[in-house]
Write a protein that binds this ligand. Structure first.
Ligand SMILES: [Fe+2]
Ligand SMILES: [Fe+2]
Length: 319
């Protein structure tokens, strides 16, 4: 089903070539606005999934327009078109307008459509998370698995290991439920990462690694927008923190890392060790359990690892 994508530019010929670029794309219904005022009118009347705005326009700048768009239509994903040298604009846009991506002029059509599609995916994700129901949450987790072919079944397995730990801790049932949802969604921020990067076999360049490191933030932002419970947001935001404080995004250490995120970190790590990844082959179970033991106090909470090892030893099979 096509969604509305609004293009804003004061140059007629640019709007024309943007329209042409989308003409063969069934997922996009392009709407054109020659000024910020016209764009505002459209935003008030129509449901817009993605807005792509030029920055330099005569009456209002693109950042000003996107700032207003944020209040009129909060779920609309915002993309700004800028020239190369506009670094201050980029910074302002990130800080005040929640801009999803930048497109640098002149653009290439393949990259443009890819970025718009990522924006549409993100819009759809927020929309469906809002109507939260279990099957939707699970299938969203599985959508990420499709992007990253090494992680098939990962969400379900992480959820079952995490539930095993949560139940052993005798956490209240509603928290156990949200831990399950958070486990399914922990990597939902990967929706914004190009597949070529996720499936990369060698060592990532520092720049690409920086992009990968943003997925907890991107995911948490989506979950916040969808008003998901705090436990779910904590899992998405903090699943890459390490117990010794050397993780990301916030470098939290020890019990400063929310319990739910520490639980999912154990589950996530165990599943990563026991499945094939671009950078290593799956370890067998005893080897993986040995590595988990070594990670106690470094990346993982020692008490939770002990609990996990004990349950596995008891033959406590994940659900
Ligand atoms: Fe992750
Ligand atoms: Fe994961």
């Amino acid at each position: 089903m096509a969604v509305n994508v609004l293009f804003v530019d004061d140059e007629e010929y640019i709007l024309k070539s943007l329209e042409r670029a989308c003409s063969d794309d069934d997922a996009i219904r392009p709407l054109m606005a020659g000024s910020a005022a016209m764009a505002m009118e459209i935003l008030q009347k129509e449901e817009i999934a993605v807005i792509v705005s030029d920055h330099r326009m005569p009456s209002t700048t693109g950042t000003d327009l996107l700032r207003v768009a944020r209040t009129i239509s909060p779920d609309t994903v915002k993309i700004l078109m800028t020239g190369y040298t506009d670094l201050p604009t980029v910074i302002e846009a990130i800080n005040s307008c929640e801009v999803f991506r930048f497109i640098v002029k002149p653009w290439d059509n393949v990259g443009l459509l890819e970025t718009i599609h990522e924006g549409i995916n993100r819009y759809r994700m927020v929309q469906s998370l809002r109507r939260v129901d279990e099957s939707v949450l699970r299938s969203l987790g599985q959508t990420i698995e499709l992007k990253d072919r090494y992680t098939k079944g990962h969400c379900d397995r992480v959820a079952s290991y995490a539930l095993m730990i949560a139940r052993s801790l005798k956490l209240p049932e509603d928290m156990v439920e949200t831990i399950k949802h958070g486990s399914w969604l922990h990597d939902c921020g990967k929706i914004g990462i190009p597949e070529s990067m996720l499936n990369f076999k060698g060592v990532l360049s520092p720049r690409d690694f920086e992009v990968i490191r943003k997925h907890p933030h991107w995911g948490a932002e989506v979950a916040r927008k969808a008003e998901l419970p705090k436990t779910v947001i904590n899992i998405i935001l903090h699943h890459h923190e390490r117990f010794d404080g050397s993780g990301y995004p916030e470098g939290l250490a020890g019990e400063a890392i929310p319990l739910e995120a520490r639980i999912v970190a154990v589950a996530d790590t165990f599943d990563a060790l026991t499945s094939n990844r671009p950078y290593h082959k799956a370890f067998n179970r005893p080897k993986a359990l040995g590595i988990l033991e070594q990670l106690k106090g470094c990346s993982l909470d020692p008490a939770l690892v002990d609990l996990f090892l004990q349950r596995i030893d008891d033959g406590g099979d994940p659900e």
